[in-house]
Design a protein around this ligand. Sequence first.
Ligand code: OOG
Ligand code: MG
Length: 262
Amino acid sequence: MKLDSKTIEALAERLESCELQAHDTTKITDDYPDMDWDDAYAIQNTIKASKIARGSRIVGLKAGLTSHAKMKQMGVTTPVFGFMADYYAVPDGGECKVSEMIHPKVEPEIAFVTKSELRGPGCHIGAVLAATDFVLPGIEVIDSRYRDFKFDLKSVVADNTSAARFVVGGQPVDVSGVDLRTVGIVLEKNGVPVAFGAGAAVLGHPAAAIAMLANHLAERGECIPAGTLILSGGITEAVSVAAGDNVTLRVQGMGSTSIRFV
Ligand code: OOG
Ligand code: MG
């Protein structure tokens, strides 16, 4: 750790107030170029603790920057991990208020729900599939708190990996009946297909993102408990949205889920 606890608290406060008031900020690494990964996750954890202290529940976890398309779009090379608070959840077909966002984008993802605990180190795709209750379509709404959506990895980790809202829905399926590498997805905006892909875009297999998350948590003495919802990361580039947009994700064999921006 390179930052003291007062600085970590202050940076968490700065980023969370940007989230809650929908205004942007400069990258925190501009001010603290020497901050390290532990500092970045400590800031994210401080934001999580402050939400819990105000009565929010944590309802899921996420992996991000797990596809080549996303890494290329954001100019980074390593996946990152974050959490989802209860008020991020939008019901299937429900509304996201653009006035609560800075510059929202949507990402097509495969969501996993676990039925048994996943614990690293050494967690692998096989363990993830054995521990998965079902998978289903998920749209993540990301909204970087950084100006112009420009950041580096440590800044985005501190900012809870741009997490803002999400929706899951469609047809939950058992992983034994689907090859998540070849499963096709279509993301539609206002009825027009805008992004296409297949599960293998995420680290070769979306379950690999969940295994990476379990191994990452193991380094901190944590695990993925049974019954956890996890977003495995955007399969394609993120797509900008504005008020009036209607976004639907169709996943082969899993139906669809949608969200409206108002
Ligand atoms: C970081 C979060 C990326 C994903 O699915 O790749 C992410 C960002 O691009 O703002 O959630
Ligand atoms: Mg995402």
